[in-house]
Design a protein around this ligand. Structure first.
Ligand code: PNS
Length: 193
């Protein structure tokens, strides 16, 4: 008699790195790369922060992230509208990974972690301290420095710097009214501050 085949169920540990990514910085990529080392799969998800206005459209931010993350194994890029916890449930995500630069980030993030935990109790929030070299880098400051003609080449990928300078020179701002450009919250559309 042949041995019955054993069914081995591998649990995929899947995390999300959510953010506005307007635009993606090398600080973001540091956190994303380190998250990729901790989880089997990482979804980098462009979401909507209603309290911020945007320079780049969600589609442009997605495209920049796709390019920036192309060489990081196990990472996919997605966008979502609505609640992050709904995105997590729909994509079988176990953990939300956020980078912390300073105590002010923690003060901002902690209520979100508690709210997300109450909305989706099975999803943990995991904080990674940003690497020291990126502790002062944010999308907002990078935009401000670029707006005054400062050198941002140490803080963003080259193609982001070019896009940023182009956008600031043209004077266009995307706003953030559309949210999810793929029309889904599953993150399986065009693959994954
Ligand atoms: O880079 P940001 O602006 O800090 O990213 C914030 C973002 C988009 C991750 C956050 O605003 C978010 O999760 N938005 C989705 C809507 C949501 O779930 N809101 C409740 C948060 S407790």
């Amino acid at each position: 008699m042949p041995e019955p085949r054993k069914v081995i169920r591998k649990v995929i540990r899947r995390a999300v790195c959510p953010g506005s990514f307007d635009p993606v910085t090398l600080g973001h990529l540091d956190v994303i790369g380190r998250a990729a080392g901790l989880f089997d799969e990482v979804l980098v998800a462009v979401g909507t922060n209603p309290s911020k206005s945007r320079l780049f459209s969600p589609e442009e931010r997605l495209e920049m992230l796709r390019r920036a993350c192309a060489d990081i194994e196990g990472v996919r890029v997605a966008s979502f509208s609505g609640l992050l916890t709904d995105f997590c449930t729909a994509n079988d995500v176990h953990a939300i990974v956020k980078g912390l630069r300073a105590g002010t980030d923690f003060d901002y993030e902690l209520p979100m972690a508690h709210m997300n935990a109450s909305l989706a109790p099975g999803v943990e929030t995991v904080y990674l301290p940003t690497s020291a070299g990126w502790s002062f880098v944010s999308s907002s400051l990078v935009k401000e420095v670029a707006g005054f003609g400062g050198d941002i080449s140490r803080f963003v990928p080259d193609f982001v710097r070019e896009a940023l300078i182009g956008r600031l020179t043209s004077g266009d701002a995307a706003g953030d009214t559309t949210g999810d450009t793929t029309g889904n919250t599953r993150g399986d559309g065009p693959a994954a501050d």
